[in-house]
Ligand binder design. Structure first.
Ligand code: AP5
Length: 212
């Protein structure tokens, strides 16, 4: 089973991917996480991506596609969850080519439908662990101790691109560059729309029924 998690920033793609990985034997490929890993480790790729990510812009297609090709090259027989890729029609076309050459095609594209107000609430409230990347929410999923990760005791912070200005830009970039990818998959016939409102568990039970 190969799945693609699709939707606007804050729709819950990462949250649902984590629940899927807990319940099924799938590899989680998140381009956002891969970029953040490179930023944290101060690699050349991280340095290149930083200026785009901090402002809420997309990292150029050439850089992103190359990064995903490298990951596909290392994938074994396991099924995968793609989270945050593709985000442009050019990336979706590149993924088609990659699927052909690696014989690993996407079975379902799960699109999370979430109203803008709720996206803003989720993004402004999101907190992440600097050490292990665990995701929390100031209101919906607070840490037990203020600023301390429940999983590893690391420092919990706000992502630089979760500041108001960057959020506005990410939502604008989504409408302009990423929303057209939805029509791309609708025409292919493997797009499934899921109501992304309600608790993470509510959404996950909808995702489960799609997979089943
Ligand atoms: P990325 O990390 O992929 O950011 P994103 O797509 O903007 O997605 P988010 O991580 O913001 O949201 P999500 O949908 O995963 O929501 P989450 O589950 O965390 O990318 C970051 C940047 O990297 C991009 O801006 C770009 O610069 C670059 N990049 C990445 N991929 C790229 C690509 N392909 N091409 C070019 N550039 C690329 O949930 C959000 C919050 O809500 C959390 O606090 C969570 O706890 C909470 N929450 C989630 N679900 C629920 C629920 N059901 N109820 C209550 N709270 C919930």
């Amino acid at each position: 089973m190969n799945l693609l998690m699709f939707g606007p920033p804050g729709a819950g793609k990462g949250t649902q991917s984590a629940l899927l990985v807990d319940n099924f034997d799938l590899a989680h490929i998140s381009t956002g996480d891969l970029f953040r890993y490179n930023l944290k480790n101060e690699t050349p790729l991280g340095a290149e991506a930083k200026k785009y990510i901090d402002a809420g812009n997309l990292v150029p297609d050439s850089v992103t596609i190359k990064m995903v090709e490298d990951v596909f090259g290392r994938l074994g027989e396991k099924g995968f969850i793609l989270d945050g890729f593709p985000r442009t029609v050019a990336q979706a076309e590149a993924l088609d080519e990659l699927s052909l050459s690696t014989k690993k095609s996407v079975d379902k594209v799960i699109f999370f439908e979430v109203p803008r107000e709720l996206l803003l609430e989720r993004l402004t409230g999101r907190r992440v662990c600097k050490a292990c990347g665990a995701v929390f929410h100031a209101a919906a999923k607070p840490t037990k101790a203020e600023g301390v990760c429940d999983e590893c005791g690391g420092e919990v912070i706000q992502r630089t691109d979760d500041k108001a200005e960057a959020i506005e830009n990410r939502l604008k970039v989504y409408e302009e560059s990423t929303a057209p990818v939805k029509s791309f998959y609708r025409e292919k016939g493997n797009l499934v729309e899921v109501d992304g409102t309600g608790s993470a568990e509510d959404v996950f039970s909808r995702v489960r029924s799609v997979i089943n």
